[in-house]
Ligand binder design. Structure first.
Ligand SMILES: NC(=O)c1ccc[n+]([C@@H]2O[C@H](COP(=O)([O-])OP(=O)(O)OC[C@H]3O[C@@H](n4cnc5c(N)ncnc54)[C@H](OP(=O)(O)O)[C@@H]3O)[C@@H](O)[C@H]2O)c1
Length: 290
């Protein structure tokens, strides 16, 4: 571990009263193919989680729909009893079907069951942060979140959830959530090439709400662009490092949850996110999303 900085790139952020490292870890890649079933290498998956915590990461993103149940059970096996500093963020609002699809499950009874299953699989009495996942596989979709979000607020009042967030949400849904109860984070798709949420990120920063991009590295189809490759080549870095360093520079409320099933990639990503980008680099990278 000698080559790693004592502090993770980006420093920390507060999700309500919970301090997390801005460099976090997204656990979705730990399952079998297409986020279904157990990993091919069970011990390897446990090793990635233990390495994440060993490197000082205190923010792990998960969902009971991953596997389903698999990532939460792996997190529990690898890391329970949890360090006080570790904060696990989960999400509810979607389930899995036999074909590996992600049908919505946002009725009050679905949400109550999902919170209970997250608690059981993670081995917790209270979930630190629960995101209400909206929309569908195509992205955010319009429509009121009131009934679903109010159900989560009730569960929060019962002490089962500490903080709330929303995911895959439109700006209108985020405003609606904020009119009902405080949220600490928004988790939407965003990266160097997909910048629909630029304005939203800046608004959330002003309100002290974290923005947590999913697919920070492009997800299932890695980010590819000649401008990204050119900047990476000039800096003698990987495109992944540039993509992560850019996100940390983009706004102080952005938290990273890159996914990987590999200890080597995890270490590479932590080291790479610390890359210093010049104003010229930023200008070249900005063109990618335009
Ligand atoms: N709210 C939502 O609806 C939603 C949707 C999707 C994801 N998420 C969350 O967001 C997190 C991040 O998304 P993601 O994992 O799907 O996408 P991602 O972080 O953009 O990319 C992950 C992919 O990049 C590869 N990778 C990572 N580091 C690498 C490196 N250094 N070199 C080469 N390849 C590398 C991984 O493969 P290897 O395993 O081989 O490293 C994996 O295929 C997830 O883990 C999940 O927690 C949320």
């Amino acid at each position: 571990m000698g080559t790693f900085p004592a502090t993770l790139p980006g420093g920390t952020w507060n999700l309500g009263d919970l301090t997390v490292t801005r460099f976090g870890y997204g656990a979705m890649q730990l399952t079998g193919p297409w986020v279904m079933g157990p990993p091919a290498d069970h011990d390897g998956a446990l090793a990635v989680l233990r390495e994440a915590v060993g490197l000082g990461i205190t923010h792990v993103d998960t969902a009971d729909a991953y596997g389903p149940h698999i990532t939460n059970q792996l997190i529990r096996e690898a890391l329970h009893p949890y360090r006080d500093s570790l904060h696990i963020v989960t999400k509810v609002g979607a389930t899995r079907d036999q074909e590996g699809g992600w049908p919505p499950a946002r009725k009050p009874e679905d949400l109550r069951r999902a919170v209970q299953e997250n608690l059981e699989n993670l081995g917790l009495d209270t979930l630190d942060v629960v995101n209400l996942r909206l929309g569908d596989a195509q992205g955010p979709q319009p429509g009121s979140l009131a009934e679903a979000f109010e159900t989560l607020v009730e569960l929060q009042q019962q002490g089962l959830i500490r903080h709330l967030g929303v995911s895959n949400a439109t700006a209108e849904q985020i405003a609606e959530a904020l009119s009902i109860a405080p949220i600490v984070c928004v988790q939407n798709m965003y990266n160097l090439a997909h910048r629909h949420d630029d304005e939203l990120i800046d608004e959330l920063a002003e309100q002290g709400v974290a923005y947590v991009p999913f697919f920070p590295l492009g997800g299932f189809s890695p980010l590819q662009s000649s401008a990204l490759t050119a900047v990476a080549t000039r800096l003698d870095a990987t495109p992944m490092s540039v993509a992560l360093a850019w996100l940390l520079r983009r706004s102080p409320n952005i938290l990273l949850i890159p996914g990987t099933s590999s200890v080597a990639h995890l270490r590479e990503n932590v080291a790479g996110a610390g890359l210093q980008l010049s104003d010229d680099d930023l200008a070249a990278l900005d063109d990618i999303g335009r």
